[in-house]
Design a protein around this ligand. Structure first.
Ligand SMILES: Nc1ncnc2c1ncn2[C@@H]1O[C@H](COP(=O)(O)OP(=O)(O)OP(=O)(O)O)[C@@H](O)[C@H]1O
Ligand SMILES: [Mg+2]
Length: 348
């Protein structure tokens, strides 16, 4: 963690509504007369949030709510405003205008109250490279004033979760990216936060490690932790209960994956496989009746209007006529990636 992510106010003198060390399940309604109202309150509520750098608007009047206990995916291409949004929600960057409530607190007015109840795994993984695994965990436990017995049990949990048992004394810089990623998750959750912000946690990690990391996130979600995860891997949308898609600082789609598909995809998609993908893509990009064509995994996707007369058979015939005789064509349901590619192309 860079110093930016360390809570600026660590005294704990002014405890707000909850102890930072209380896991959601442990909260009893008896102790909290207003517990049911709090449970219904969103974990994050954002209205008109805006950030400018000079005359450039990086985040432009965004609105969204994150219900408690959900895995909320904040998706967008490079430079779209994901990190800037997270930094405003974690109280490390002041918005130019708008409101943001995090765990019931106004994060602009009281960043300190929010910071001790959240975890933040920043885009650079926020670890001290020249410290050992154990020293990193101790550092973060210190940031949150974890009592020694709590630290002992959390340390054990984190080392097991991150598969780091036996590596406690290894220098962090010597760990592979996948291990550093899990250690960073452990450091960000050492104080059992109610809400965890993860900024591109799976960036630069191989597909197997990405899959394993998502399993760790599901485990946290099943224990009641709200997760706010940014990614530019569109396939990771499928891991989320709700999504918001940010593009050039504006939210252009929001909802569950199914809602987003239903609300924003009124075109049809053909999946095309051929050994000559590059020239076939060039041909499709200018083919009459095709709105859009792009690479999708190992195949090509061609988007046509909902009322297009094209069928899989007729598109295959046209491709064969253009010299792509091995092309296989199949009409498919749009993926979230298809929806976003099309939303972005409409913004241009
Ligand atoms: N401190 C800053 N000063 C000036 N411009 C900034 C600053 N921080 C971010 N920006 C700009 O704001 C825009 C949004 O940046 P941000 O880091 O939020 O994007 P992002 O979605 O997190 O991108 P990435 O996927 O690459 O991490 C970019 O154009 C970026 O260059
Ligand atoms: Mg970023």
């Amino acid at each position: 963690m860079g110093s930016e992510t360390v809570p600026e106010e660590r005294s704990g003198a002014e405890r707000p509504n909850a102890s930072p060390n209380t896991v959601p399940e442990e909260r009893s309604g008896a102790e909290r007369p207003n517990a049911s109202r709090r449970a219904a309150e969103p974990a994050i509520s954002v209205r008109g949030l805006t950030k400018t750098f000079g005359d450039f608007t990086a985040v432009d009047g965004i609105d969204f709510d994150v219900p408690r206990g959900e895995v909320f995916g904040f998706l967008g291409p490079n430079g779209s405003g994901k990190t800037t949004t997270i930094r405003m929600l974690t109280g490390t960057l002041r918005p130019r205008s708008g409101q943001a409530t995090v765990l019931g607190e106004d994060v602009v007015r009281h960043p300190d109250r929010v910071q001790r109840r959240i975890g933040y795994m920043s885009q650079k993984f926020s670890l001290f490279e020249d410290m050992t695994v154990d020293e990193n965990l101790k550092f973060y436990a210190g940031v949150y004033d974890l009592p020694p017995e709590k630290f002992a049990s959390q340390r054990e949990y984190v080392l097991n979760m991150a598969d780091l048992v036996g590596r406690e004394n290894e220098l962090t810089r010597n760990l592979s990216v996948g291990w550093r990623q899990r250690l960073a998750l452990g450091a960000a959750t050492i104080h059992e936060p109610e809400l965890l912000f993860l900024d591109e946690p799976t960036s630069g990690v191989d597909p197997v490690a990405r899959r394993q990391f998502w399993d760790l996130l599901y485990d946290l979600a099943s224990r009641g932790v709200t997760l706010f995860v940014t990614t530019h891997y569109m396939d990771e949308a499928a891991h989320c209960n709700r999504l918001a898609f940010i593009y050039r600082g504006r939210i252009i789609a929001e909802g569950s994956p199914a809602e987003i598909r239903a609300d924003h995809m009124d075109q049809r998609i053909f999946d095309i496989t051929t050994s000559r993908a590059d020239p076939a893509l060039q041909w499709l990009e200018t083919a009459p009746g095709v709105d859009e064509a792009y690479l999708s995994g190992a195949s090509l996707h061609a988007v046509v209007p909902a009322d297009s007369p094209l069928s899989g058979v007729s598109l295959r015939e046209r491709l064969a006529g253009a010299g792509f005789t091995d092309a296989g064509v199949e009409e498919v349901n749009p993926t979230i990636e298809d929806v976003f590619v099309n939303l972005v192309s409409r913004q241009r």
